[in-house]
Write a protein that binds this ligand. Structure first.
Ligand code: HEC
Length: 98
C-alpha cells in the first residue's frame, strides 16, 4: 500500500504549507515572492545534502539561493513537520491523487 501512504504524506505536507503561510510566498509551479516548489526540487536534484540544507533554510530563513529577497525564519515548525515539508518540496510538491 505504498501508494495510499504517499497520498497521505503529500496531503499532510500541503496542509503544513497552508498552515504555516508558506503558500503566501510560494506556489507549487509558479514563482510568487519565493521560487516555486517545483523549481526548488529541480535545482536540488542530485544535491547530496539538500534535505538538511533546505530544512535549515526553511527554519532560519535567509537569501542568496534565488536572489536577494530573503525568506523569513520559521521557528514555529516542529522538527518532524520540517522533515515532512522539506521532503515533499524536494519531491516536487506532488498533490494527492484525487
Ligand atoms: C515572506 C515570504 C516567504 C514565506 C512566508 C516563505 N518563504 Fe520560502 N522563500 C522566500 C524567498 C524570497 C526565497 C528565496 C530565498 C533565497 O534566494 O535564498 C525562499 C526560498 C525557499 C526555499 C528554497 C531555499 C533555497 O535556499 O533554495 C524553500 C524550500 C522555501 N522557501 C520553503 C518555504 C516554506 C516551506 C515556507 C513555510 C514554512 C516558506 N518558504 C515561507 C519567501 C518566503
Amino acid at each position: 500500500m505504498q501508494g495510499a501512504q504517499a497520498v497521505d504524506v503529500n496531503s499532510q505536507a500541503l496542509m503544513l504549507a497552508k498552515q504555516n503561510a508558506c503558500l503566501g510566498c510560494h506556489a507549487i509551479d509558479k514563482k510568487i515572492v519565493g521560487p516555486s516548489f517545483k523549481s526548488v526540487a529541480m535545482k536540488y536534484q542530485g544535491t547530496p545534502n539538500a534535505q538538511i540544507f533546505i530544512q535549515n533554510k526553511i527554519q532560519k530563513g535567509g537569501s542568496g539561493s534565488w536572489g536577494v529577497v530573503p525568506m523569513p525564519a520559521n521557528h514555529k515548525l516542529s522538527n518532524g513537520d520540517l522533515v515532512v515539508l522539506t521532503a515533499w518540496i524536494l519531491r516536487g510538491a506532488p498533490s494527492s491523487n484525487h
